[in-house]
Write a protein that binds this ligand. Sequence first.
Ligand SMILES: Cc1ncc(COP(=O)(O)O)c(C=O)c1O
Length: 405
Amino acid sequence: MWCPKLGRALRESAFDHLAADLQERRAQHLYRVRKMLDSAQGPEIICDGKPYICFCSNDYLGLAQHPAIISAAKKAMDDYGFGSGASHLVIGHSRVHHELEEALADFTGRSRALLFSTGYMANMGAIRGLLGQNDVVIEDQLNHASLLDGGWLSRARFSRYQHASAAGLAAHLEGVDTQTSRTLVVTDGVFSMDGDLAPLSDLAELTQAQGAWLMVDDAHGFGVLGRQGRGAVDHFGLTQNDVPVLVGTFGKAFGTAGAFVAGSEMLIESLIQHARSYIYTTAMPPAVAAATRAALSVLESDEWRRDRLAQLIRQFRAGANALGLSVLPSETPIQPLMVGDAMKSLAISQALADEGLLIGAIRPPTVPKGTARLRITLSATHTETHVNRLLDALDKARKVFDLGS
Ligand SMILES: Cc1ncc(COP(=O)(O)O)c(C=O)c1O
């Protein structure tokens, strides 16, 4: 194209290909679009102006609209206003943030905990903060994107072992000199798109034997698994020595937002010095910290929410098995229905939406090619009737789309 101001033709730019890239994504049925929520989170929502039963939220315990959590946030807003004003290291670290860190250390049985504004930042910050060029990071191949990105960003030697395979990890650890290279093994506790658990006891044994550290991101286990919701690490009875770096997020079962890393005094002090996503960002609003503290109390005391969730998971799995549906083997609120083809997963998601049920079609690159799925999630606030509605709609879809095991 001629530019009269410069008096010459404009050079072609690699950005000119963005439109073609978008077109290509559309053609492959991988284009991502956002829905617009018009109500609070809950089992029954209004989305894009229409009512739905929601089976795609991570609000596993139904705390996102809990009155005690909302009133804790309001009280903190009265006391502190809304914005935190600065990073934790400048003047953004309020008493409310600090008390939440202490409560989380206590809850997880760790020496200390450190707040981050999001789980993505906690993972990036922890991995990058602990490792450098001469180090080694080994990750489960199905880890969450934030863990993989943290590994790549750290510039450490990066490799991935076969999903949930302790033997796979052992092979990767062989030959690593853990005396000269800090070696961090990183895994999800509960895998976000599959719902299964990492073999944490085996991973802990292997890493300890080799002088490596194990980092577990328990975003989907906290609140749901373990004693009073202490998570997957507690479910396996693992201590701070077994899992030196423990990550939890608040955007799921806690019903709020943000995250923490828990571990030894030395770990937390190191992250305060080196984790760039902790240092160079504004602290989460105090109201979010206060709401999360209230969520922690509810989550600890409301055992009925976990019991109810377990009951709904059993109901759903029994119903899905009776229909011959290929639901992945998961005992957690994440109950993915494997479809395979991206276009088909979108079509089923749309057919379910037409029946008033909202379930996301998860497609590559979020999951590996050929493994598109419907990520069904359950919450303690669903009812038996909601789950029956889901099973009925899946039965109908099964007949149209040839869905089976
Ligand atoms: C396993 C896992 N880790 C980390 C994150 C990121 O947490 P956040 O949403 O707080 O950034 C997510 C999802 O959001 C996740 O599924």
